[in-house]
Write a protein that binds this ligand. Structure first.
Ligand SMILES: *Cc1c(COP(=O)(O)O)cnc(C)c1O
Length: 291
């Protein structure tokens, strides 16, 4: 499955009234169900689970997690069972949203746990119990970010991408994707991440994955925090979609592009910079424009 769709990802150049050359790499078009960076993050993990002869994938996420939806689909494709441990036990009594109902339809078992419990999910004790309750399972962390995910994300950049661009831009959630891009980037390039969350902890997190210095994560365009939005962002998103016919979502990609456009306007990038923007997908969880 992975090899058949990983290559031939379309590029789309935007017409800006600027010397800046902006090209979008449309990972959102990789596949309708497992689009964007999640495809690359899952690749080596599922191959590893298969190699280990495991039968089940367990992972974690919030109710709108693109990673949950992508894992449900990829697990089904590979013939694994899957369990999604979802943050927020109050959701048990609510109808499933689009992300969760899709995951369930793809065969994922959904387990809702309290936010307090969820906070313990990376602790040894919690994981030991999980292993006990669900033996022979492959446990993927929240957002799917681990060493194998980073390895997969290095494949987002081709040799031509390393040559033809000066700056690589991406949206940042847990930092797995940008870590892979940093690994893959050439010394002449810089990698600029746009955080979907408030705070500088992601900078520290990614520093643990690389000794390179050609990168930076900005949280100036997170619009108040994860999944938070403001009319200005939604307005930008509508305008962008109408102008360039590229769909965005408000959690990651709209914030990134808002940031890139703002930085271009502020002359942050040197004249004639060639920027490659990674469209990381996420459109499965896209809200209707009325929400
Ligand atoms: C998950 C996701 C990200 C963040 O990726 P990380 O590897 O967690 O930083 C960015 N964009 C979209 C659309 C996503 O779904």
């Amino acid at each position: 499955m992975f090899d058949s769709i990983a290559h031939a990802i379309p590029y789309q150049k935007l017409n800006l009234n600027s010397s800046i050359d902006l090209t979008i790499k449309r990972l959102d078009l990789v596949h309708p169900n497992i689009s964007g960076n999640k495809f690359f993050k899952l690749k080596y993990n599922l191959l590893e689970a298969q190699k280990l002869g495991l039968k089940q994938i367990i992972t974690f996420g919030g109710a709108y997690s693109n990673h949950i939806a992508a894992t449900a689909f990829a697990a089904q494709q590979f013939g694994f069972k899957s369990i999604g441990i979802i943050r927020g036990d109050e959701l048990i009594h609510k109808p499933l949203n689009h992300t969760l109902s899709t995951a369930q339809q793809l065969g994922m078992q959904l387990d809702f746990i309290s936010r307090e419990q969820y906070r313990l999910k990376d602790q040894t004790e919690f994981l030991a119990k999980l292993n006990q309750n669900f033996p022979n399972s492959y446990i993927l962390p929240e957002g799917g970010s681990n060493t194998l995910a980073i390895q997969g994300c290095t494949e987002i950049l081709t040799a031509a991408d390393r040559q033809n661009y000066d700056v690589i831009c991406c949206a940042v959630g847990t930092g797995g994707t940008i870590s892979g891009l940093i690994h893959a980037s050439s010394v002449h390039q810089s990698v600029l991440g746009f955080s979907a969350l408030k705070g500088t902890f992601l900078q520290t997190e990614v520093e643990r994955n690389t000794i390179k210095k050609n990168w930076k994560i900005l949280d100036d365009y997170c619009f108040g925090g994860y999944a938070k939005t403001q009319p200005e962002l939604l307005h930008f998103m509508q305008n962008f979609e109408a102008t360039y016919h590229i769909p965005l979502e408000h959690i990651y990609t709209a914030k990134m592009l808002y940031g890139i456009f703002d930085l271009i306007q502020k002359n942050y990038f040197p004249a004639h910079s060639r920027i490659l923007v990674i469209h990381s997908g996420g459109l499965q969880g896209r809200l209707p424009s009325s929400e």
